[in-house]
Write a protein that binds this ligand. Structure first.
Ligand code: UD1
Ligand code: CA
Length: 457
């Protein structure tokens, strides 16, 4: 059976006190709606439809570049009304799974269970949970045979019904063949004058169908975000889940409460991570990698046995095996280091290759550079790669020694085994194996007197 997923995301979320629509506020580095979309995608649906309304353009923009359909709900007249707007976009005959853009922690396994249940029903299957505090949720009403017969919203419930703790998650599975009939029966004669999607349950029961529920045991999957406080709580939960999974995979974390994984972190054996590190995008740490405190690693691969010292930032780069990086290193996109390279403090590297065993230890900028093996770059060296209009390449061949405070004005080639004297500005290619420098000769002016203020004046 083909599945259409409808994600409701039209609401304003006024309690966020923000100009941005709620569903694009970020959770672990991605819009919360993106989490729902990513989980949805794993169900391999035929289509994913996002119902947008409040600040729809911002939502579309935040979610651009993905196979998604957007349906606009100009006025938010209720969850049922939101799904009705999808009438012409939904592929006929598909079963429908309704999710919420502001319930981002829902797990794939839970959705799979609901889909499995839904496949066996004739009309509707819903996801419920036993709320610790059901206030605000719709309640699941069952008959004396424990069959689900309706969902009653808190505001429409009798005192007796409010005592029921089995609550509606909002997540619902509707069969394609019944969907139109059920939605056409919705009306807004209720306490909130809204078209409640939840009323499909009672209409299905009236039509003689059995409605079943899958009970989600972990209420935290169903946490919704309505304000900044709840968002921070969910972020915290997300952090805990990732930390637990890492420790189960054998990673040593100095403090599981102080690591943020905002994407996918793949780890080898005996990896150690100290406090306050952030991993974004897809990061791979090889065996025995040590990441010390306060590092930010984004979309990068770190080779086995490498140590990343504190305060290092690495972005879209590939670090080789047994490297020693940082402290205070900044490695920018398209950098690649080979084995046993060393990048020290206050060194910035961009779009460059650092060869095997080469060392760039202090206060240096290396950009658009191809560096060979066993090179030593002295403190304060700068590759001048940008002429104001274009970027140019610097080639540094094997076994070069660059004296401190050198400027390499690209395009330039420093040939094999060149030694460059400290304080040089190198504008021309250097010959192999020789000493090249460009500084003025040191002179001493004898009899020179330092200016001083006239005491009488
Ligand atoms: C809904 C359910 C309730 C359930 C609760 C779980 C209904 C009538 N009630 O109530 O049974 O316990 O969720 O959290 O469905 N939305 C739209 N367009 C609209 C209205 C809502 O896109 O016109 C979106 C909102 O942006 C939100 C979601 O639907 O993401 C839920 O809407 P909300 O108003 O929060 O529903 P509840 O009253 O909490
Ligand atoms: Ca809600």
């Amino acid at each position: 059976m083909s599945l259409s997923i409808v994600i409701l995301a039209a609401g304003k979320g006024s309690r966020m006190k923000s100009r941005r629509p709620k569903v694009i506020h970020s959770l672990a580095g991605r819009p919360m709606l993106q989490h729902v979309v990513d989980t949805s995608r794993k169900l391999d649906p035929d289509q994913i439809i996002v119902v947008v309304g409040h600040e729809a353009d911002q939502v579309r923009q935040a979610m651009s570049g993905q196979p998604l359909s957007f349906v606009e709900q100009a006025e938010q007249l209720g969850t049922g009304h939101a799904v009705m707007q999808c009438n012409t976009t939904l592929r006929p005959g598909n079963d429908i799974l309704v999710l919420y853009g502001d319930v981002p922690m829902i797990r794939l396994e839970t959705l799979r269970r609901l889909v499995q249940q839904g496949l066996q029903e004739n009309a509707v299957a819903l996801l419920s949970f036993l709320a610790k505090n059901p206030t605000g949720y719709g309640r699941i009403i069952r008959d004396h045979n424990q069959q689900v017969i309706a969902i009653v919203e808190e505001k429409d419930a009798t005192d007796e019904q409010r005592k029921i703790t089995e609550s509606n998650s909002g997540i619902l599975y509707i069969k394609g063949n019944e969907y139109r009939a059920l939605l056409s029966k919705l009306d807004s004669s209720n306490a909130q004058a809204e078209y409640y999607l939840t009323d499909v349950v009672k209409h299905a029961v009236h039509a003689g169908h059995k409605v079943s529920s899958v009970v989600c045991e972990d209420e935290s999957e169903l946490l919704g975000v309505n304000n900044q406080n709840q968002l921070a709580q969910i972020e915290n939960l997300y952090r805990q889940q990732h930390a637990t999974a890492l420790m189960e995979a054998g990673v040593k974390l100095s403090d599981p409460a102080r690591i943020d994984v905002r994407g996918e972190l793949i780890t080898g054996m005996d990896v150690e991570i100290d406090v306050n590190c952030i991993f974004e995008g897809r990061v791979e740490l090889g065996d025995d990698v040590v990441v010390q405190s306060n590092c930010v690693l984004k979309d990068c691969v770190i080779g086995a046995g490498t140590i990343i010292q504190p305060m290092t930032v690495i972005d879209q780069s590939e670090i080789g095996r047994k490297n020693d990086i940082g402290p205070f290193a900044r490695i920018r996109p398209e950098t690649r280091t080979l084995e046993k390279a060393k990048i020290g403090n206050f060194v910035e590297v961009k779009k460059s290759q650092i060869g095997t065993g080469s060392k760039v230890n202090h206060l240096t900028y290396i950009g658009d550079t191809e560096m060979g093996a066993r090179v030593n770059v002295g403190a304060g060296t700068i590759t001048c790669n940008y002429d104001g209009a274009y970027k140019h390449k610097t080639i540094i061949e094997d076994d070069v020694f660059i004296g401190s405070d050198t400027q390499l004005v690209a395009p330039v080639r420093v040939s094999e085994s060149t030694t460059i004297g400290a304080g040089s500005t190198i504008t021309k290619d250097t010959p192999e194996g020789q000493l090249t420098f460009s500084r003025a000769k040191q002179v001493t002016i004898s009899g020179w007197i330092r200016p001083s203020k006239n005491k009488q004046g």
